[in-house]
Design a protein around this ligand. Sequence first.
Ligand SMILES: Cc1cc2nc3c(=O)[nH]c(=O)nc-3n(C[C@H](O)[C@H](O)[C@H](O)COP(=O)(O)OP(=O)(O)OC[C@H]3O[C@@H](n4cnc5c(N)ncnc54)[C@H](O)[C@@H]3O)c2cc1C
Length: 406
Amino acid sequence: MSPSPVLVVGAGPVGLTAALALRSHGLPVTVLEAEPADRIRPGSRALFVHRESLQLLGRISPGLDRTLIENGVIWPTRRTVYRSREVFARSYSPQALRPGATPPFTSLRQIETERHLLAACRAAGVEFAWGSAVTEVATDAAGVRITTEDGTVHTAQYVIGADGARSQVRRSQRIAMTGERSEAFHVVVDIAEDPDHPLPLERVFVYEHPELGGRSVMRVPFAGGFQLDLQCKDDDRPEDWADEAAARAWVTKVVGARYADRLLWVSRYHFLHVVAEQFTDPERRVLLVGEAAHLFPPFGARGMNSGIADSVAAAEAVAQALVAPEPADRLAAVDAFAQARKAAAQFNSEAARTALAHLRPRRRLTRLKQAAGAALSPYLGSCGEWLERAPYGPRTGVAGVTAGRY
Ligand SMILES: Cc1cc2nc3c(=O)[nH]c(=O)nc-3n(C[C@H](O)[C@H](O)[C@H](O)COP(=O)(O)OP(=O)(O)OC[C@H]3O[C@@H](n4cnc5c(N)ncnc54)[C@H](O)[C@@H]3O)c2cc1C
């Protein structure tokens, strides 16, 4: 059998985007996914779909942007509280949210985003091989040979590795991840909204919540509910904060007892910022995207959003490489992808480090600056603005990596 032009490994949001982007170039595509088609994916995880991602998705799958917008929510208000004092509140102008325009973002649970991506893939003719866990990827000048757990061998000219944090595609190429993993964790809880008495549709960040022993907490709405993200201290024990009963107790302190029985999902998440040393292999046959290539803490919503940009760039590179007149042009197309997306990932990693330095200040001076900013915020709007923006890191960078500001 002749090799496929390209295969995608992993049917998470990034692999599904890669498949759609390849179809938009007219290429046939099959996605190899380890799990079965009827799997249930957990929790909200990435909620925030940034405008730039919506535009990319609308380009590769016309109408998908509108579907995500219509199925998500846009909160008109951002609010920041320091201990118990509000230091910043701003609402978007109605113009920014006018019907028909692409809004700054939409917010929906990742499982919902994936459901819409999958429907778009099916409509676009993407093929799926579910229950196909990739165990080995070998490359040579002619292409890739991919072996799955049951011994099936697939051959292709290119493979896009979108198989997540434990990527077997990356490991097969002996590509290391470099960066840092902190022992500290945060706890993410999805909560169903109380339809009779919903909370205001606003994103709220509370520095050093007085009811939570000075831990910071963020509330982010999504369609049908909201996510609470609690930052634990370095020496916190998971059982005191991340067990369901423990989560119920602190959730009650943040949003009230009526939400204690509305928990949908509780998860613990470590602070990580790591980037693959290379985004391609020496033969330029493997292209790594999404969490297979980088992991960031969720503040700034860089994970899924930058993965979407990776995938669109990878599909573009594969489409170019497949028609390249000379071998050198083929290599150059893949190299350009690898360099651009590694630079984007390094920018995001650095931005996440900046955000973490603010969120988990190691230096007393940083804490003092935050306290002084809060004290001055009634007189100096820029102080409140700084406290509002800093938890998400720098907002803009090299193309394709604009961070979301929750
Ligand atoms: C607990 C948790 C909470 C999170 N919270 C947030 C958040 O609040 N905000 C945020 O922005 N991001 C968050 N994230 C990160 C966000 O979910 C990721 O950025 C996003 O899922 C990355 O998508 P991906 O497609 O690269 O990887 P994944 O979603 O991990 O998808 C990888 C896919 O590859 C498949 N696969 C794996 N190995 C193989 C193999 N060997 N062969 C074939 N298929 C394989 C998997 O089954 C999966 O379908 C969170 C992640 C977790 C785990």
